[in-house]
Design a protein around this ligand. Structure first.
Ligand SMILES: [Zn+2]
Length: 320
């Protein structure tokens, strides 16, 4: 009986995969539509990884992002066609524990070319638990702290360098003929990231205050790298509503530290930041978690938005 149940479950799974493959077979043409002959297909989970892949592969690959520009990456859902593209891709770049739908697509179907063609960036940049609001994880139902792992590693240029090196290594082994191109492009990107790091380092070296207040807690790695302290209103998830008690607490913190600015971000409503700032007579400004580039973004790529963020932080924190 147990055997039968197992067997029928297995059968259902096989039928499911066959159905998926059938869909993928008819849609591969459409999914790979942007891929020119000889080009690799690189499927990335969200914008910063797309940016890295495009910079390294250049014309050698067609790079897509599973998170569309302007969409919230935190609660991404995948279409069957996107699930198929994860399976078909020559390289998949994602970050485990961030987007459950992508984790599932990778875990259940894998990739047609094998596990070597999938890069989990969490295996090269260790995710840290900055706590739901920046405190340590103390949730007894989640002792491993998986739900509190902070995904926003890309806002730290040094972590971006590590991910760049990992993508470069993957492309070197997947397409060794063009290794010299990938190495050259990766080296150029790393030089630019080092220069960005230097700008942040010197730009934030002398600030009147270290604390900054943001809506969602995207800037933990950045704060840690450059000696600032992030205070978040809503925690790691961008669409959580803060309680009145939390708002009162944040207002106390703002007063205590002489905060001038409450930051909000481009993809989420500024209403909460505006009401807190309004009560205290403070300014609001944008600090962009770079989870996607839209026409509202203050810059058209990772570097220009990172520089806008630096300027906003310097202004808010009195850095000279
Ligand atoms: Zn986020």
């Amino acid at each position: 009986m147990v055997f039968m149940i197992r067997f029928s479950r297995a059968l259902v799974a096989v039928i499911g995969v066959l159905a998926l493959l059938a869909t993928s077979a008819c849609e591969t043409g459409a999914a790979a539509e942007g891929t020119k002959p000889g080009q690799l297909l690189i499927v990335t989970a969200f914008y910063p990884f797309q940016f890295i892949a495009e910079q390294i592969a250049g014309p050698r690959a067609h790079v897509t992002s599973l998170t569309k520009p302007g969409a919230e990456p935190h609660d991404l859902e995948l279409t069957p066609r996107q699930v198929a593209s994860v399976y078909d891709a020559d390289l998949v770049v994602y970050q485990r524990y961030f987007q459950a739908a992508v984790d599932e697509a990778v875990a259940q179907n894998g990739n047609a070319h094998g596990t070597d063609n999938v890069l989990d960036t969490a295996s090269v940049v260790k995710l840290e638990d900055h706590g739901p609001l920046g405190e340590q994880n103390n949730d007894p139902t989640d002792p491993a702290g998986i739900t509190n792992l902070d995904p926003h590693v890309w806002l730290d240029p040094i972590h971006m360098i590590t991910i760049t090196q990992a993508v470069d290594r993957k492309l070197d082994s997947i397409d060794p003929v063009h290794r010299a191109d990938y190495n050259r492009n990766a080296a150029r990107l790393i030089t630019q990231l080092k220069s960005l790091d230097a700008q942040y380092r010197s730009g934030l070296a002398t600030c009147q205050r270290k604390e900054f207040i943001t809506t969602h807690a995207a800037f933990g790695y950045l704060a840690e790298r450059y000696g600032l302290k992030q205070i978040s209103i809503t925690g790691l998830s961008p669409d959580t509503e803060p309680s009145p008690a939390r708002i009162a607490q944040v207002q106390q913190i703002a007063k205590a530290h002489g905060i001038t600015t409450i930051f909000y971000e481009t993809l989420v409503s500024p209403a909460i930041a505006r009401s807190i700032a309004g009560d205290l007579g403070l300014k609001t400004d944008v600090l962009d978690p770079i989870e996607g580039i839209t026409r509202q973004s203050r810059g058209n790529n990772y570097f220009t938005v990172m520089k806008s963020n630096l300027t906003a932080l310097q202004r808010a924190n009195g850095c000279t």
